[in-house]
Each structure stands twice: as structure tokens, then as C-alpha cells.
Design a protein. Structure first.
Ligand SMILES: [Zn+2]
Ligand SMILES: [Zn+2]
Length: 505
């Protein structure tokens, strides 16, 4: 047996196999480092944003790069026992998986990954064993001496005992964590602490197609103490709450048009903003012709719930006079297709007509506050009115749709026999703006910073963003941001700066 395992051919074959494992581990590590979202989203089914992506890149990247590094070091040096370093990590990974299968409440199977890790560990260990049995083994691996040593074994045993105690005490740890988490959840909103200025937040940056990273359209604009909520697509109220936007203090909800990805959450938003502030007058909802019937419809749908809330909480939370919305139709558009909808000494809010035919009319909004400005395009093709409203603004939040990427989706849907999906993908080509067109508008209107929102088709990973933006950065030389739920842009008076923050964790 020793002869068979230790002969030159076996030693060489196991060494090559260990080398292959080392290269694979290194490649996995590199791909996590370069595009953590692709590995996270498509291979590991993780839904990560912001800090999560950063951790994935750093932690998981380091694990795989480290394993690959020691595997190759073991293969190419005479210290074959170095292969035991990645083996230890693989054993710990498998251990974690087995614990996960027994205690995690998710219906997951990671059998494929487990088998892969077992094979990797087997190949790496084989190379160590065959080399040790060969005619020219290296000096005894010091690692064994280090392990079988009381100075190591005692602390290791303490760690194991602590782990067992921690597992047994999970309910207690959970309730402690909950108390800690709650104080974090009800802590002061970052938004209320913002300095005086024009603050633009993105609570929903998606479109009707499902995007795991983006909910329906919602942009909020805080100008000094005045808060406006522009559109309220599906899921956006929860995002506004997670971003700790004080929705109960909003002056008005401004609707751009009545497509569902812009209004589906109106009922929820009216209800929450009513009870959070114990509002005594209905929330003002401004929009174009048809806004009365939209608001009345949501009011009617939520009327029973409003009754329940009052019955349960009374006037202190749910004064009946404040339930629901109060519609106001925006009128009085001038020759330049715009009209002022709100004005104070410092703040002007302007609505302007855009081209989203057959949805007619549809508007975008411009906010001017103490010398800083933002335009929110709404859904539109490139139009004159938008161009003139965007002239010289600091920030242009513009919708964008990539036709080539949509065409791929269209083709795939057709091939899969999903004719309706293919037909929708085809129809929407004619009433949205392409990324390069948005860039051209930003360039020609001398915009300070372009944010592309209403992302179509869905972009589940940031690694796709450069492909989505296409040639935009060649056309427009200013900063371009592909919108993500949770972003906040702060424009302080007296500066040209735009500060960026991330309010969804
Ligand atoms: Zn839309
Ligand atoms: Zn639309």
C-alpha cells in the first residue's frame, strides 16, 4: 500500500490535482474580488447591496485567495504539508454548512457545494499523504507538533466549549440582540439631522419589471423643512420607512403620471403618513387630470382600514378627519409647458409636461432651493420642455432604458415561448429614454450630475452598470450615477458640491 501511494506516479498525479484545486480556488477568489455581486447573486443566491457587497468582496475573496495561495505554495515548494492550511479552512466551511443545515430555518440545500468542498479537501490531503509516503519525504511537518501540544489544545478546547454554550443559549442571545436592535431601529432619523439644503433621496428606482435590487418609483425631496414625495411605486413606502424619511411631515405627494410603478403604493403611503403624524387633514396629492379618481379610488379601498385604525387607536393616532388623500389637479401650464405648484421665499417647485404618450398628460418636477436645483424627469422620451427645465440644474434624476439589453430579454422571452413578455419588452421601447440620450440631455443642458433611475431592464448586479450606461460617459463628462434604492444626494446652499449617502443598510 505504502509502495502504491508513495510511488513517483501517484505522487505526481496527486500533486497535479492539488495544483488544479489551488488554481480553481485562486480563480474563485479573483472573481469574487472583481465582481462580488455576480458570484453573490448568481452563484450563492445572496441578495446584497452596499456594505454587504463590500464584505462579500473582502471576506469571501480573502478566504478563497488565501486557500488558493497556500495550496499553490504547498504544490510548488517542498513543504507539501502547507496544503493542510486550505484543508483546515475547507473542513471549517463544511462544518459551518452542516451546522447551517441543522439549525437554519431556510429550506436550502447546499449539497453541490458540500460535495465540491469534500473533493477539494480530498485532493489536497491526498497530495500531502502521498508525498509523506514517498521515498523523499520532507522533514516531519511542524504543523503536527504544533497541534499536539497542550498550549494549543487547551485554548482550542475552550473555544469549542464556548461554541457549544453559545449554541445552547441562542434564544437568550436572540432576545438580547432584539433589545439592542430595537433601540437602533427607533433611533433618530439621519434625515432629520441633515443641515439646511436641498436633499434628494431615492426610495424606489425600479420600473414595472421585477428587480431584486429596486422597488417601484419613489423620489423624495427635502428642501429646508419642506418635504415632497414624488411618486409611490410598489414597495416604496417600506423603503421610505427604512430610510427613516419622516413621511408624516410631507407637504404633498406629487405624481408624475398614473402608471402602476408610480402609484401602486399610494394607499399604504397615505395610511402610514396619516397615523405616524396623527394628521388631522388628508394628505395633499397633486397630479394631472385624473388625479381625483385615482385618489378617491385609494381612499375608498382603504376606508375600512381607516375605520379599524380609529376604532383601535382613537384620535391620538388616527383622527378620522385626516385619513386618506386630498387630490389637487395641476393646471395653468404656460407656453413653456410648465407651471409653479409650490412657492415660498426660498423654494420653487415647478411641474412641466413631458412626452410619455400614450400616457397623456405626464409631468416631471423641478425643485429650486437657495440656489441649488434638481429635476426629476418622470417617465418620458427626450423632450424640449425637459431640456429647458434641466438647463443648468445641479442634479438631473432621469429615467433610463437600455434598448440593446431589452432586446436580449425580448429575444430570450420569445425563445422561451413567453410571447406576452416579449411583446411588452418591445412596446416599452417607444416611450422611454435611452442612457446615451439622457447623457446627451445632461451635456446639452449643462447639468452638474446625472442620475439614471427607472432602470429598465432590471439590473440585479452593479457589474452590469457599465454595460447599461453604454457610451454615456463619452457623451457627458460630468458624474453619472446608476440609481439604487437608498441613495441620498445632498446639495448645500453656497457650494457646488453634491454629497452622497446610503440610507438603506
Ligand atoms: Zn414608469
Ligand atoms: Zn410610465
Amino acid at each position: 500500500m505504502k509502495k502504491l501511494l508513495g510511488n513517483d506516479v501517484t505522487v505526481t498525479v496527486t500533486r497535479i490535482l492539488a495544483g488544479v484545486v489551488g488554481v480553481i480556488l485562486l480563480l474563485i477568489g479573483l472573481s469574487i474580488l472583481i465582481m462580488p455581486e455576480v458570484v453573490g447573486t448568481f452563484l450563492l443566491s445572496l441578495s446584497t447591496t452596499g456594505a454587504g457587497i463590500n464584505s462579500l468582496r473582502a471576506d469571501l475573496g480573502a478566504l478563497f485567495l488565501g486557500m488558493g495561495f497556500f495550496a499553490l505554495l504547498g504544490v510548488f515548494s517542498r513543504y507539501r504539508w502547507l496544503l493542510l492550511v486550505p484543508v483546515v479552512f475547507l473542513v471549517l466551511v463544511m462544518f459551518g454548512r452542516l451546522i447551517g443545515v441543522s439549525v437554519d430555518p431556510f429550506p436550502i440545500t447546499t449539497t453541490g457545494a458540500l460535495v465540491g468542498e469534500l473533493i477539494f479537501a480530498f485532493f489536497l490531503s491526498s497530495a500531502v499523504v502521498t508525498h509523506a509516503l514517498s521515498s523523499k519525504p520532507e522533514p516531519r511537518p511542524p504543523v503536527l507538533k504544533a497541534i499536539f501540544n497542550l498550549r494549543f489544545l487547551i485554548p482550542a478546547a475552550v473555544v469549542v466549549v464556548l461554541l457549544i454554550i453559545a449554541f445552547a443559549a441562542r434564544p437568550q442571545i436572540g432576545s438580547r440582540l432584539w433589545s439592542g436592535a430595537i433601540s437602533g431601529m427607533i433611533s433618530q432619523s439621519e434625515i432629520e439631522d441633515l443641515p439646511d439644503g436641498l436633499h434628494v433621496g431615492l426610495a424606489g428606482t425600479g420600473a414595472p419589471m421585477p428587480d431584486s435590487k429596486r422597488v417601484g418609483q419613489s423620489t423624495f425631496v427635502m428642501a429646508g423643512k419642506h418635504l415632497f414625495l414624488v411618486d409611490c411605486g410598489a414597495g416604496s413606502t417600506l423603503n421610505l420607512e427604512l430610510m427613516k424619511v419622516p413621511i408624516e411631515t410631507a407637504e404633498a405627494i406629487l405624481l408624475t403620471h398614473f402608471h402602476s410603478d408610480h402609484i401602486a403604493d399610494l394607499g399604504e403611503l397615505l395610511l402610514k403618513s396619516w397615523t405616524y403624524g396623527a394628521r388631522t387633514e388628508p394628505m395633499l396629492v397633486m397630479g394631472l387630470e385624473g388625479v381625483e379618481s385615482v385618489v378617491e379610488g385609494f381612499n375608498m379601498a382603504f376606508r375600512l382600514d381607516a375605520k379599524y385604525r380609529y376604532a383601535h387607536h382613537g384620535d391620538a393616532v388616527a383622527p378620522p378627519s385626516g385619513a386618506g388623500g386630498r387630490a389637487k389637479t395641476i393646471m395653468g401650464f404656460g407656453e413653456d409647458k410648465s407651471t409653479v405648484v409650490f412657492q415660498t421665499d426660498d423654494l420653487t417647485v415647478t411641474a412641466f409636461l413631458v412626452d410619455h404618450r400614450p400616457v397623456e398628460p405626464a409631468v416631471g418636477y423641478r425643485f429650486d432651493y437657495k440656489g441649488r436645483s434638481v429635476v426629476v424627469s418622470g417617465d418620458t422620451l427626450p423632450t424640449e420642455s425637459l431640456m429647458s427645465q434641466a438647463e443648468g440644474v445641479d442634479l438631473l434624476v432621469h429615467e433610463a432604458m437600455n434598448p440593446e439589453m431589452l432586446a436580449v430579454l425580448n429575444r430570450e422571452a420569445s425563445t422561451a415561448g413567453q410571447d406576452v413578455a416579449a411583446s411588452v419588452a418591445n412596446d416599452i421601447l417607444t416611450y422611454h429614454t435611452f442612457p446615451e440620450e439622457a447623457a446627451r440631455i445632461a451635456r446639452d443642458a449643462n447639468v452638474g450630475h446625472l442620475v439614471m433611475t427607472h432602470i429598465l431592464p432590471p439590473m440585479p448586479a452593479a457589474v452590469l452598470h457599465p454595460a447599461f450606461a453604454g457610451d454615456s460617459d463619452r457623451i457627458y463628462k460630468g458624474p453619472i450615477t446608476i440609481a439604487h434604492d437608498g441613495m441620498l444626494f445632498s446639495l448645500l446652499p453656497g457650494t457646488n458640491e453634491i454629497e452622497e449617502k446610503w440610507l438603506l443598510r
